[in-house]
Design a protein around this ligand. Structure first.
Ligand code: G3I
Length: 342
């Protein structure tokens, strides 16, 4: 296995001035019994002390942006590389944080060798991946994204290697396998463009309602929250509410709000409103456990690499200067409290 240096501890006393002067995001979120989280880019965590300080000081939970995906964990069949994922879990534990595990069953970032696995072995291979990974971190992962992004925009199941080889039953099986491997972890279905009431979230609703009816061990639904500054998700509260009514937890798992570059004050204010709308939807949903941003500084955001011409999607700019969105989230977390349902 490749040697991975432990990530240095963060110097939280040296938190950026704006953060040091005020309660942290995690302190504000605690008033609502909400966990405020971020995705973490492991290279930045290892190399950038300012990045590390912000992660440790401001957030309750961390999600590996890439290091717990299958391709990263098992690059060659049977050869696991746990180092970077272990390093993140250790960092979280050293800073009193919980971990969102991301993600076990997906159609992306799977290892190349999977393409050579005969079809009739795929079920056993998937089960082994899920259980080996969940067991490895047993007792140390708060929420697992067990199944990720299985819907098309129209709410039908996406045509993936798993659906073709195993039929739709693999979704329930994945939750059962994960639950066997760590009965205490909260198990989530996670997807994008399901923040609002639409055909895709209708499909997701039908699926998870059926899983609940069949007593499949699913505990929550994650709405990723990759949003755009030109559209506030006004039906998000209603949408989270219908999953809440099924007795499921909910979570915003990957929030960011992109805009066409260059950013300007009008776009940044619109972005702030979108972040705030998403946060408020979570705060008004009794079972919404956590609000996670998919990176918190434009220095390391995935967005410009994926959406040509877009960017500025996070709450701090490339120099860690807070944007209006940062203030909007702080304001949202500063107002009122709520009674949460566990
Ligand atoms: O690991 C290779 C590295 O060896 C190589 O040198 C480098 C050159 O480009 O690429 C590296 O892989 C990149 C990987 O991130 C790790 O950095 C891939 O090219 C890149 O495509 C990959 O992007 C990630 C993307 O998922 C892939 O699907 C993003 O960082 C990550 O933010 C993004 O996260 C997803 C969530 O998991 C699920 N929801 C949507 C979200 C955004 O797409």
């Amino acid at each position: 296995m490749r040697d991975v240096a432990p990530v240095p501890a963060a110097d939280t006393a040296a938190a950026a001035p704006a953060a040091a002067a005020e309660p942290t995001l995690r302190q504000l979120a605690a008033r609502h019994d909400l966990a405020f989280g971020t995705a973490v880019a492991m290279a930045a965590l290892a190399d950038d002390a300012e990045y590390r300080t912000w992660v440790a000081a401001q957030f309750d939970t961390v999600t590996a942006e890439n290091e717990m995906k299958w391709a990263a964990l098992e690059p060659a069949r049977g050869r696991y590389e746990w180092g970077p994922a272990d390093a993140l879990v250790a960092f979280a534990e050293a800073h009193g944080q919980r971990v969102r595990g991301h993600t076990l069953v997906w159609h992306n970032q799977n290892p190349a060798w999977l393409a050579d696995v005969p079809r009739d072995e795929l079920g056993a291979v998937l089960k082994d991946h899920v259980q080996t990974t969940v067991r490895r971190f047993r007792g140390r992962i708060w929420q697992w994204d067990v199944v990720n992004e299985v819907f098309e925009d129209d709410g039908t199941l996406r045509d993936t290697v798993w659906l073709r080889a195993l039929g739709p039953g693999y979704i329930a099986d994945a939750f059962r396998w994960a639950h066997e491997a760590d009965p205490d972890a909260l198990l989530f279905y996670n997807d994008y463009e399901v923040e609002e009431v639409n055909a895709k979230s209708d499909g997701m609703y039908d699926l998870v309602r059926e899983l609940v009816r069949q007593d499949v061990p699913i505990h929550g639904v994650g709405v990723q929250g990759h949003l755009t500054a030109d559209h506030a998700p006004l039906t998000m509260r209603e949408n989270l509410g219908r999953f809440d009514a099924l007795g499921l937890r909910t979570a915003v798992t990957e929030a960011d709000v992109r805009m066409p570059l260059p950013a300007d004050p009008v776009k940044l204010q619109a972005q702030a409103n979108v972040y705030r709308t998403a946060l408020d939807a979570c705060l008004r949903t009794p079972g919404c456990l956590s609000f996670t941003v998919w990176g918190y500084t434009d220095r390391y955001s995935w967005v410009p690499g994926w959406f040509e011409g877009d960017g500025a999607a996070t709450i701090l700019d490339e120099d860690f200067a807070p944007k209006p969105a940062h203030r909007a989230l702080r304001d949202g977390l500063s107002s009122g409290g709520r009674r949460r349902r566990d």
